[in-house]
Design a protein around this ligand. Structure first.
Ligand code: HEC
Ligand code: HEC
Ligand code: HEC
Ligand code: HEC
Ligand code: HEC
Ligand code: HEC
Ligand code: HEC
Ligand code: HEC
Length: 324
C-alpha cells in the first residue's frame, strides 16, 4: 500500500502477516530505502507505541503484545507528511486466557529459526557459538554476576542482539539473567531451539530439591502433575515475583474462576456468602496480603485440597487464622 504515486517505501522483512506468537514480545524488522523517510510510527491495536527516526536502510524493534489479535500499523513520514503505511496482524496465544488458547484458523505458527534467514544474517549471528553453549552452574552463577560485568556476560550470547527485551522485566529467572539460553533450548532440534517437554523435566534438572520434595507429597496440583511449569512461570522473566505470568490471585482464578468469590471456603461450614481471598492482610504471613496461596500450595501438599497449612480438616484450617 502506498500513499504517494504507487511508490512503496516500507517492506516488512519480519514477521509474515498472520503469525501466531507464544510470547508477549514481537520482533519486527523493516526495510526502507535510505533517506526515504524521516520518521516511522508504530501503532498496535490503534495505540501509538513507538516512533523511530530511521538512520539506515533497516530498522529492527520489539513491541509488547496483548493476548489475542494484535493489528500492527507502521507508517512512514517525510517532513510531517505520510508517505507510506503497512499493516499486518499477529495472534498472541495464551494458555491462561480461555478465549485465546487456540489461534483462529487463518493464523499460522512460523518457526523463525527453522529457515536460513540470509537477510538477517547480514548483520546478526544466527548460529550459536561456543559462548552460547557454555554450561551454567546455578550455584556459582550468582557469584559470577556479582564479580563480573553483567554486560560482558550478556554480550557473550548471540541471542542477545535480537532477544534482548526478553529479560527486560523486574523479575528475571537465574539462567536467563546470565543469557544461558541453551541450558533449556536445544540447538540440535528441528525446528531449532525447542525445549524438552514436559517442562518439569527441564526445570527439575536444576531444581532438584523441588522435584524430589513435591514428588513425595500425597497430593500434587493438576498442572504440576502434568509437568506444565511454564503455564504459571515464565522461564525468562516477568512483572511478578517468582517470575509468575500473573500475580498469584489472578493466576489461580484464570483456571478456577468459580473460586474467586471465596464462597467455596465457607460453603460447608458457616452461614454466609463469601470469604475474602484477597485485599486483607494475611494473619499468618507478616506483611503479605491474603491470597489463594495463603491456604493452598500451588505445587503439592500432604493435606487435603492442597492446603498450605498443616491441617487435617477444614475445621482445623479455620482455627489457624481464627483462634478461639
Ligand atoms: C543492516 C543490518 C541489519 C539487518 C539486515 C537486520 N538487523 Fe536486526 N538489528 C540490527 C542492529 C544494528 C540492531 C541493534 C539495534 C540496537 O542495539 O539498538 C538490531 C536489532 C534487532 C532486534 C532487537 C530490537 C530491539 O528491540 O532491541 C531484532 C528483534 C532484530 N534486530 C531482528 C532482525 C531480523 C528478524 C532481521 C532479518 C529479517 C534483522 N534483524 C536484520 C541490524 C540489522
Ligand atoms: C536475527 C535475530 C535473532 C537471533 C540472533 C536469535 N533469534 Fe530467536 N527469534 C528471532 C525472531 C524474529 C523470532 C520470532 C519470534 C519473535 O518475534 O521474537 C525468534 C524466535 C525464537 C524462538 C521460538 C521458535 C522459533 O523458531 O520461532 C526461540 C526458541 C528462539 N528464537 C531462541 C533463540 C536463541 C536461543 C537464540 C540464540 C542462540 C536466538 N533465538 C537468536 C530472532 C533471533
Ligand atoms: C529455564 C529454561 C529456559 C531458559 C533458560 C530460556 N528459555 Fe526460552 N523458553 C523456555 C520454555 C519452556 C519455553 C516455552 C514456553 C511455553 O511453554 O510457552 C520458551 C520459549 C521461548 C521463546 C518463544 C517460543 C515460541 O514458541 O514462540 C523464545 C523466543 C525464547 N524462549 C527465547 C529464549 C532466549 C533468548 C533465552 C535466553 C535469554 C531463553 N529463551 C532462555 C525455557 C527457557
Ligand atoms: C540451568 C538451571 C535452571 C533451570 C533449567 C531452571 N532453573 Fe529456575 N532457577 C535457577 C536458578 C539458578 C535460580 C535462582 C536461584 C536463586 O536466586 O536463589 C532459579 C530460580 C527460579 C525461581 C525463583 C525462585 C525464588 O525463590 O525466587 C523459579 C520460580 C524458577 N526458577 C522456576 C523454574 C522453572 C519453572 C523452570 C523450568 C521452566 C526452571 N526454573 C528451570 C536455575 C534453573
Ligand atoms: C498453578 C501455577 C503453578 C505451577 C503449575 C507451578 N508453579 Fe511454581 N510457583 C507458583 C506460585 C504461585 C509460587 C509462589 C509461591 C508463594 O507465593 O509462596 C511458585 C513458586 C515456585 C518456586 C519458588 C518457591 C519454592 O517453592 O521453591 C519454584 C522454584 C517453582 N515455583 C518452580 C516450579 C516448577 C519447577 C514447576 C513445575 C514442576 C512449577 N513451579 C509449577 C505457581 C505455580
Ligand atoms: C492452568 C490451569 C490452572 C491454574 C493456573 C491453577 N490451577 Fe488449580 N487445578 C488445575 C487443574 C487441572 C486441577 C485438577 C482438577 C481436578 O482434579 O478437578 C486443579 C486443582 C486444584 C485444586 C484442588 C485439589 C484437590 O485436591 O481437589 C486446588 C485447591 C487448586 N487447584 C488450587 C489452585 C491455586 C491456589 C492456584 C494458583 C496458585 C491454581 N490452582 C492455579 C488447574 C489450574
Ligand atoms: C482461607 C483459606 C482459603 C483461601 C484463601 C482459598 N481457599 Fe480454596 N479451599 C479452601 C478450603 C477450606 C477448601 C475445601 C472446601 C471443601 O472441600 O468444602 C478449598 C477448596 C478449593 C478447591 C477445590 C474444591 C473446589 O471448590 O473446587 C479449589 C480449586 C480452590 N479451593 C481454589 C482456590 C482459589 C483459586 C483461591 C483464590 C481465589 C482459593 N481457593 C482461596 C480454603 C481456601
Ligand atoms: C489464612 C488465614 C485464614 C484461614 C485459614 C481462614 N480464614 Fe476466615 N478470614 C481470614 C481473614 C484475613 C478474614 C478477613 C478478616 C477481616 O475482615 O479483617 C477472614 C474472615 C472470615 C469471616 C468473616 C467474613 C466476612 O465477611 O468478614 C468468616 C465467617 C470466616 N473468615 C470463616 C472462616 C472459615 C469457616 C474458615 C475455615 C474453612 C476460615 N475462615 C479460614 C483469614 C482466614
Amino acid at each position: 500500500m502506498s500513499a504517494e504515486g504507487g511508490r512503496s517505501v516500507l517492506t516488512v522483512n519480519y514477521p509474515p502477516d498472520r503469525t501466531v506468537m507464544e510470547l508477549d514480545l514481537l520482533s519486527v524488522s523493516l526495510g526502507l530505502p535510505q533517506g526515504s523517510a524521516d520518521m516511522i510510527k508504530v501503532r498496535v491495536n490503534d495505540e501509538e507505541r513507538i516512533s523511530i527516526v530511521p538512520d539506515s536502510g533497516f530498522e529492527c524493534f520489539t513491541v509488547r503484545l496483548s493476548p489475542g489479535v494484535n493489528a500492527i500499523d507502521v507508517t512512514a513520514f517525510k517532513k510531517g507528511r505520510e508517505i507510506d503505511s503497512v499493516e499486518f496482524s499477529v495472534f498472541r496465544r495464551s494458555d491462561l486466557e480461555a478465549a485465546y488458547q487456540k489461534a483462529p484458523a487463518d493464523f499460522q505458527k512460523d518457526y523463525f529459526h527453522s529457515k536460513k534467514r540470509k537477510e538477517c544474517a547480514e548483520c546478526h549471528v544466527l548460529v550459536p557459538t561456543d559462548a552460547d553453549k557454555k554450561p551454567v552452574n546455578p550455584a556459582s552463577f550468582k557469584a559470577a554476576l556479582q564479580e563480573g560485568d553483567k554486560q560482558a556476560i550478556a554480550s557473550s550470547s548471540t541471542c542477545y542482539s535480537c532477544h534482548s527485551k526478553i529479560t527486560s522485566y523486574p523479575y528475571v529467572h537465574g539462567p536467563a539473567s546470565v543469557w544461558s539460553c541453551l541450558s533449556c533450548h536445544d540447538a540440535e532440534t528441528e525446528p531449532m531451539y525447542m525445549v524438552k517437554k514436559p517442562d518439569a523435566e527441564v526445570c527439575f534438572s536444576c531444581h532438584v530439591e523441588q522435584g524430589r520434595d513435591w514428588g513425595a507429597k500425597k497430593f500434587i496440583h493438576g498442572p504440576v502433575n502434568t509437568g506444565k511449569c511454564a503455564i504459571c512461570h515464565s522461564p525468562h522473566a516477568s512483572d511478578n515475583p517468582f517470575n509468575l505470568l500473573k500475580p498469584t490471585w489472578f493466576l489461580c482464578t484464570s483456571c478456577h474462576q468459580k473460586n474467586a468469590s471465596g464462597r467455596h471456603i465457607i460453603a460447608g461450614y458457616v452461614y454466609g456468602d463469601s470469604h475474602p481471598t484477597r485485599g486483607k492482610p494475611d494473619p499468618l504471613r507478616n506483611g503479605k496480603e491474603l491470597t489463594c496461596a495463603s491456604c493452598h500450595n500451588p505445587h503439592a501438599s500432604d493435606y487435603p485440597r492442597l492446603w498450605a497449612l498443616s491441617a487435617g480438616s477444614a475445621f482445623e484450617l479455620c482455627q489457624m487464622c481464627h483462634q478461639k
